[in-house]
Design a protein around this ligand. Structure first.
Ligand code: GLN
Length: 243
């Protein structure tokens, strides 16, 4: 029997205010529904980050908390080795910002070094981006999937040459209002929306799992979820005209 697939949820005490912990539950449940054994490891600052994870998750939080989180992750150091070995990092909002090269915090826009796992930089945006986001993600097989979520961020993120945008924004701000949201670089993915985004977008959840496992997974048809997505997307499109 193979070892359980380990999902590692990082620093919820710092980066837990937007409910992104739900992403961990979604990943574990989608494996369980397929009969794949999975464990959820919850890591707080001061705990040693395991090197055995398949998927590592970072969520959203406030400026001061994300500064503490990046310091603690660097002091621990184990996340870097895990990514080098091919583990997946999925980072949302503040987590996305700290995965990058630098981000700014506070009234004086102090520049803080990020983890450097994504070739992106974040600086204070022209206005705070708050509201629903609807975007299109082109999957590795070339097919498209709509992503829905909600954003709430003051930082705007700009991609360098080593990072590729994850999605094209139809409604909302995303990275910086340039029509893109998120970034991908190898097995590191970051994006702005909460939701939790993997609950709202099961295709993206399965993509992360497939990337981590190195093989395709059986589809999990769910007409009820499809209908909920259809309704939400229609509502966001209707309301989006007024945003
Ligand atoms: N503190 C960051 C910003 O405002 C991230 C916010 C968040 O995680 N939602 O840009």
């Amino acid at each position: 029997m193979s070892a359980p697939v380990e999902i590692v949820l990082l620093y919820q005490s710092l980066l837990g205010i937007y409910g992104d912990r739900g992403n961990a539950m979604v990943l574990r449940q989608r494996l369980a529904w397929r009969g794949i054994d999975a464990t959820l490891t919850i890591v707080e600052p001061g705990d040693s980050v395991p090197t055995t994870g398949a998927v590592y998750l970072l969520g959203g939080g406030e400026d001061a908390a994300q500064t503490s989180a990046v310091r603690a992750l660097k002091a621990d150091g184990h996340l870097f080795g895990a990514i080098e070995r091919g583990a997946v990092l999925f980072a949302v909002c503040a987590g996305y910002q700290i995965a990058g090269r630098t981000f700014t915090v506070g009234e004086n826009d102090d520049v803080i070094d990020g983890l450097g796992l994504l070739d992106v930089t974040t600086t204070r945006g022209t206005e705070r981006a708050v509201g629903e986001v609807l975007s299109t993600w082109t999957k590795p097989d070339g097919t498209e999937s709509l992503l829905t979520g909600f954003e709430n961020h003051g930082g705007f993120t700009y991609l360098g040459p080593d990072a590729t945008p994850l999605a094209r924004v139809e409604i909302g701000v995303g990275n910086s209002g340039d029509g893109t949201d998120g970034a991908v670089q190898g097995t590191v993915l970051g994006i702005y929306p909460h939701g939790p985004i993997l609950a709202r977008n099961p295709d993206l959840a399965d993509h992360l799992l497939e990337l981590a496992l190195g093989h395709d997974l059986d589809p999990l048809p769910n007409p009820e979820l499809d209908e909920l997505r259809r309704q939400r997307i229609a509502a966001v499109r209707k309301a989006g005209l007024r945003r």
